[in-house]
Design a protein around this ligand. Structure first.
Ligand code: SF4
Length: 495
């Protein structure tokens, strides 16, 4: 194999699935996908559609020769594309696991939303044994991961009310942070470098929020949750936060299910800002340690201590918040199994209502490069064991339940992110957004308006400009894009 692994795709368009399964076994390996015959391929996939069946062939070059496998997939029947994907996935799984000894916990399941996948099968009438057979048998998911996804799906069924076509949530983006974390791939700007942008940005954001509520009212939509994220919204001053919340709540005349503010970084939180939030009906805050190791915090470019995080947590309680989420990341540079477990134990001592555990994911735009991250991967850093400890501690002993889950590209060992909550405190916005149950309207730089027709599982997206400066320069364009909501709901309500 050269510097990159060359995958030859012939006769089909299933390259996305094939790349993802390949990456699960070869993390950090550069892939090159080609579509025309050439001799120097490493993996060859071929599909030929016959009269009744399609013939699928996989060849994998190894040091001792070529591994060959093939399948026939009937052309008739439902979900033809998915059956071909699964067949290729299973052949790749067998070949790669034999060659590498790797057993990916999610098998050949590569999508972002494993629970949505489960929910769709449940809605089609699959019971638990049939789902287990499908996931653990066909998709090669381990029983441990199936159980986690299944429990999550059951919790969601318990906490969600029936979907209404007019339901929407609002996401508001504050794309500024006190400093940039090493692994960050968001559009967030360091407040030190872009301080001057904050006030003009906020002024336009308030206008976009007003326009958004005009459209919500005009279209007769029903706002269920609000999420103020970023970035770090608490980089705003107390007075700016007050103006933002005033602009939002001036237009809401019914009780929301939830309003969350990401108070992610303790170096931006103080009692005054928390009290401002409490004056408005903000119901949930995120105070995110990521780790409670000062050394690891330093490694990832965070300029605060673990003690500051704990102090912020107590301030949030003092301000009256009874629903606090704390985010942790498994697999941070320089962390260890013992270090991660100690962090989780200390967070549990604080007794937050929600704990969200992410697996480190590093995208191309992050300062930390994927190749660096892989050095900390599997052998060095037992992220799988960290996540297993998480489930044992939270679900087994402490009364939390998994309530939403998603997977990302380029995570260590291809693992997942899971939100855990004590019963009755689940972050509903997270479920609506992740399972794509209703429309999320995005306001602010880097946000996306995702319009959902739940009956047809149809999704349309409208993107805002990414960076604060772009946002301020192109504000009229942003306002005109918002009217895509009118087009979408005009069509939706005609039916
Ligand atoms: S706090 Fe979050 S958004 Fe801000 S730099 Fe760190 S990872 Fe990125």
């Amino acid at each position: 194999m050269g510097a990159s692994m060359k995958i030859l795709i012939l006769g089909h368009k299933l390259q996305y699935e094939i790349q993802n399964v390949t990456t699960a076994f070869h993390p950090g390996q550069k892939l090159e996908t080609v579509y025309e015959k050439q001799p120097d391929w490493d993996v060859l996939t071929y599909l030929r559609a016959g009269r009744q069946n399609s013939y699928l062939l996989l060849l994998v070059k190894t040091e001792s020769g070529i591994l060959r496998s093939h399948r026939r997939v009937p052309n008739s029947g439902e979900r033809y594309k998915q059956r071909c994907e699964t067949a290729f996935g299973q052949m790749l799984y067998t070949a790669y696991s034999g060659l590498t000894g790797v057993v990916p916990k999610w098998g050949i399941l590569t999508g972002v939303r494993p629970v949505k996948n489960l929910q769709q099968h449940m809605a089609a009438g699959c019971d638990e044994p049939a789902l287990r057979q499908l996931f653990c048998g066909d998709y090669k998911v381990t029983p441990e991961k199936f159980d986690l996804a299944y429990q999550t799906a059951i919790v969601q069924k318990q906490v969600l009310s029936p979907v209404d076509l007019r339901d929407v949530s609002l996401y508001v983006s504050i794309p500024f942070c006190p400093s940039r974390c090493l692994y960050c791939s968001f559009v967030s700007h360091s407040i030190e470098k872009s301080h001057k942008l904050v006030e003009p940005y906020l002024q336009l954001l308030l206008q976009e929020i007003t326009l958004t509520f005009d459209l919500i009212d005009k279209l007769g939509l029903h706002l269920k949750t609000v999420y103020i994220g970023g970035g770090t919204p608490t980089t705003l001053s107390a007075q700016q936060m007050d103006r933002l919340l005033a602009a939002i709540f001036a237009r809401i005349h019914h009780p929301l299910e939830e309003c969350t503010v990401e108070a992610g970084r303790p170096d931006t939180i103080d009692l005054e800002k928390l009290q401002v939030m409490r004056r408005w009906p903000v119901t949930r805050v995120n105070i995110n340690p990521q780790t409670l190791s000062d050394q690891v915090l330093q490694n990832i470019g965070r300029r605060h201590s673990a003690a500051q995080t704990i102090e912020s947590f107590h301030q949030a309680r003092q301000a009256g918040f009874d629903n606090i989420n704390m985010d942790l990341i498994a697999g941070l540079p320089g962390d260890s199994y013992q270090g991660f477990c100690a962090t989780l134990d200390r967070v549990l001592d604080l007794d937050p209502e929600n704990i969200t555990v992410h697996t480190l994911s590093v995208k191309r735009s992050a300062d930390l490069k994927y190749s660096q991250m892989v050095r900390y991967s599997a052998q060095d850093l037992p992220v799988e064991a960290m996540l297993t400890y998480t489930v044992e501690r939270l679900v087994g002993e402490s009364g939390y339940r998994p309530y939403y889950m998603y997977r990302q590209k380029n995570t260590l060992s291809n693992l997942e992110n899971v939100g855990y909550a004590k019963p009755g405190t689940e972050g509903l916005y997270n479920i609506y957004m992740m399972e794509e149950l209703h429309t999320t309207i995005g306001c602010g730089a880097g946000s996306v308006t995702k319009m959902v027709d739940p009956r047809k599982n149809l999704i349309q997206r409208s993107f805002n400009f990414k960076y604060p400066l772009e946002y301020t320069k192109n504000f009229s364009e942003i306002c005109s894009r918002k009217h895509s909501l009118e087009v979408f709901y005009g069509d939706l309500f005609q039916v």
